[in-house]
Design a protein around this ligand. Structure first.
Ligand code: NAD
Ligand code: IPM
Ligand code: MN
Length: 353
């Protein structure tokens, strides 16, 4: 298995280094893994003047899977938009056709106290957000800032082709079939034509999955329901921007954004694996970040791209064990637990494996 490793910016290199420790354990145990690193985001811009250097994209294409840290940083925020780190991330998602982004929000029981919500609201939480990743207002044309009637206007286009909705809906229904068979489609069909079409297409696709109980919810209500009673959800399917926002919200149900991994899949389950959080410039370079979302992303890589459930379970069980024994990075630390650094957390997972 060839894995392209793209650490990126900020805490990216720190958290990816911990995930690489986990991969090294698998390698030592005899698994055929070849890792090759390349710059992306601000690091790509620094190295090659491009947030997605050609060589990085080629490596990612040739690899069986991609492991990514995070991109972005304040020092890049004034670059022209096409040179910014975030654009590199969006481009690699688009180039590799990674349209289905799986973001599981799961609460490890010992972390109930780390959530800002009441333990009884979050205990037992296990929801899967399926976020469409290559369409929507992120990519719709036209977009820009221009002068109209003597003042600047900024505009983007929220756009979905029915084929884009259909394929991500199939992924979401497929996942629901393997879980609790409940799917909630989240949109804003009361206001947006784009959402109206989304909803229609999801209802069409539902004909093929009669065993899945389909519901629909407006995104504003969904944001509220996620903190009121998150356990009402099994699988959520939604567009790119709503999914971006709702998954950050859902991450706090699991204790911290540092706990939420993700898989971004194409039609053939080739994937890029990354934590849902960003480069956390406020804590970067200090060995403080929680690497578990990135390590759990490696578990997802084994589950979804390599179809090696035993290895995925092995990594997830090691994370469970480390949490059960009381090791906590600052973001999930609570009274009575042992505070550990990013690198010590990585070591603890390796030891537990
Ligand atoms: P962020 O997710 O980087 O950080 C939000 C907050 O969560 C910060 O207080 C941060 O310290 C904390 N946090 C995030 N990950 C953590 C971890 N693993 N352990 C402990 N704490 C963690 O979001 P932001 O501050 O809005 O964005 C910072 C930069 O990251 C921006 O340039 C943004 O564009 C970029 N970004 C990148 C990605 C990505 O690469 N996928 C995702 C989101 C944001
Ligand atoms: C994420 C991030 C990205 C997104 C940004 C950095 C482009 O927030 O992966 O959730 O909006 O998709
Ligand atoms: Mn985001």
């Amino acid at each position: 298995m060839k894995i392209a490793v793209l650490p990126g910016d900020g805490i990216g290199p720190e958290i990816v280094a911990q995930a690489v420790k986990v991969l090294d354990v698998l390698k030592k145990d005899g698994m055929q893994i070849e890792l090759e690193a390349a710059p992306i985001g601000g690091a790509g811009f620094d190295a090659a003047g491009d947030p997605l250097p050609e060589a990085t994209l080629e490596l990612a294409r040739a690899a069986d899977a991609v492991l990514l840290g995070a991109v972005g940083g304040p020092q890049y925020d004034r670059l022209p938009r096409e040179k910014r780190p975030e654009r590199g991330l969006l481009r690699i998602r688009k180039e590799l056709n990674l349209f289905a982004n799986l973001r599981p929000a799961l609460l490890y029981p010992e972390l109930a106290a780390a959530s800002t919500l009441k333990p009884e609201v979050v205990s037992g939480l296990d929801i899967m957000i399926v976020r469409e990743l290559t369409g929507d207002v992120y990519f719709g044309q036209p977009r820009g800032i221009e002068v109209r009637h003597g003042e600047r206007v900024g505009f983007n286009t929220m756009l979905y082709a029915e084929s884009e909705v259909r394929r991500v809906a199939h992924v979401a229904f497929g996942i629901a079939m393997k879980r609790g068979r409940k799917l909630c489609s989240v949109e804003k069909a009361n206001v947006l034509e784009c959402s109206e079409l989304w909803k229609e297409v999801v209802i069409e696709v539902a004909q093929e999955y009669p065993e899945v109980e389909l519901s629909h919810m407006y995104v504003d209500n969904a944001a509220m329901q996620l903190v009121r009673n998150p356990k009402q959800f099994d699988v959520i399917v939604t567009g790119n921007i709503f999914g971006d926002i709702l998954s950050d919200e859902a991450s706090m149900l699991s204790g911290s954004i540092g706990m939420l991994p993700s898989a971004s899949l194409d039609q053939n389950d080739k994937g890029m694996y990354e934590p849902i959080h960003g480069s956390a410039p406020d804590i970067a370079g200090r060995d403080l970040a929680n690497p578990l979302a990135t390590i759990l992303s490696v578990a997802m890589m084994y589950r979804y791209t390599f179809a090696d459930m035993a290895t995925a379970d092995r990594i997830e069980n090691a994370v469970k064990k480390v949490i059960a024994q009381g090791d906590r990075t600052g973001d999930i630390w609570t009274e009575g637990c042992r505070k550990v650094s990013c690198s010590r957390m990585g070591d603890a997972v390796v030891a537990a494996m």
